[in-house]
Unconditional design. Sequence first.
Lengths: 186, 389
Amino acid sequence: MARGLVLDPTATREDDIANPGPEAGVLAGKRIGFRLDRMWRAWDWISDVWADKFRAEGAHVSFWRSGGRSGDEGERMEQSLKEFLSTIDVAVVGLANCGSCTGWTIRDAITAANTGLPTTAIATANFESFAHTLARRGGRSGLRVHVLPYPLNERVRDEVVAIGKAHYDALLDTMGARHAVKEHAA
Amino acid sequence: MTIEKINPAPNRATPTPKPLISRDCGPEGCEVDWLASRRHEADLDIESFTDFAMEEGWGDGLPLVPPTDARVRTFLSKNDRYPDEVVAHLPPMRAECTVEKIAINAVMAGAPAESLELIIAALTAIADPDFELYGVNATTAPVFPAFIVNGPIRDKLRIPYGYSCFGGAATRSVAIGRAIRLIMRNVAGQVEGVTTQSTFGSPARISGLIAGEWEERSPWAPLAERRGVTGDAVTSFGAMGTMNILDTTSHRAVHFLEMIGKSLAYPGSNPFSPAVPYGEAMVALNPICAEIVGREMPRIEDVQECLWRFASVPADWLQTLHREQLEAQERVREDGRVYLTPEPKDILVFVCGGIGGLHATGFHSFGTSIAQTKPIASPIPVSEKQAAE
């Protein structure tokens, strides 16, 4: 059987930032921005729950909703996202709950992280591995990803709200965030 | 009411073919034709190499031709591109897609060397940000880029536009399509369950879908020409699949278009989804049907308008949660209907297929992936180049 050399058909991207980036730190006084989408009502409900809790910590909360990402609409979205990122101190980006929306969630999270913002992407469990894969292939393998249960969007609102409340402390851990009260005590 | 329109991003340059200069250096290649890819030692018979390639994650399950230096150099020597030229950065990997990587994958797929410029034009089309390949390559949907070829290159490469043009025609267009799919896997990094979450996938994710337009049987200008590119050109469309539409009763243009339009308008199609801000559709008319329609509607805009009006559903016919979301997005129009696409122009129409008639094919887009048309470059003979200088 003849042996010989064959050429590698694959292409890889070598650059990577393994560091998760800055921590959110004490939230009091910070401007926290949520990246929403138009796909997942569950993400709207959970971000509302977390927004209330952030406000209770003394943070200011704002929202940006992703729309069409192609054509002139896509250009407007890119510009609008950049402007939004310039108005916040901490980014919470979701929801990675399908293929393309995980793609855009991670892409927008990387955009936020690359501006130097403490950034956490939100994924459901089924798309956790995918989210990390895309973050690595996007050049930021260390991107913070907080994981919610799956399926999520198929649950009724009360269940989803309860999940949001139950995940809040773990979210803060992922974000590298600290309660103002605990900070003072320390 | 807010209907988001589909418009290309501003400041996109009008596509013009890249000028290529013929250079015949033979299989040994020109001085600069070095190949930079890593070499792997492998058994070179097809069966063993296919096993090896599958273990390496390079394969699609079908037999693969070993991409030896000699084969890749021969492929390149029949073209006019330098191997280190970067053609695109394809997501999700966004690594450099060079001519060399294209040639290696094309050799593995069994694609003819003469197809390189078509492959490059196709890749350029789907790499356009407006095609939204990032979503196409990651989604849970079965979407694949379908390619419609116009111009004399159809016959040169035997791209099918008659019987079984969307699958089954025995031409090497299957290998050309497969080459693009291998590039998606090996360069863009689209791997099932890893970077593509496609729930069911599609046969066209193996062989691709490349068909020509039967321009000579079309009552209208060629698809690419209508989209601003004359001559050899390729149009990419993010297709969710092929949808057959049978009509054995119509005999007038409006009847055919009513059947086709209404068939396109099924509520589970992506362009009707509240999750998708907008979408396009594409319709392949067979030559017989096209002739009948063209007699009554010589303007393609009238065909699109007619299709568009029928490709809609009454909002109150939709499932409640679905309707409520569309209402919240202000996509229910004043006539109480939801339309498949924002405007008539967003339904692309072209002519192909066998002359047995009866059938049309519908394609629904993934959503925000907007169809792209790009020219296919052809080399300028050295003598002409010298004369011009």
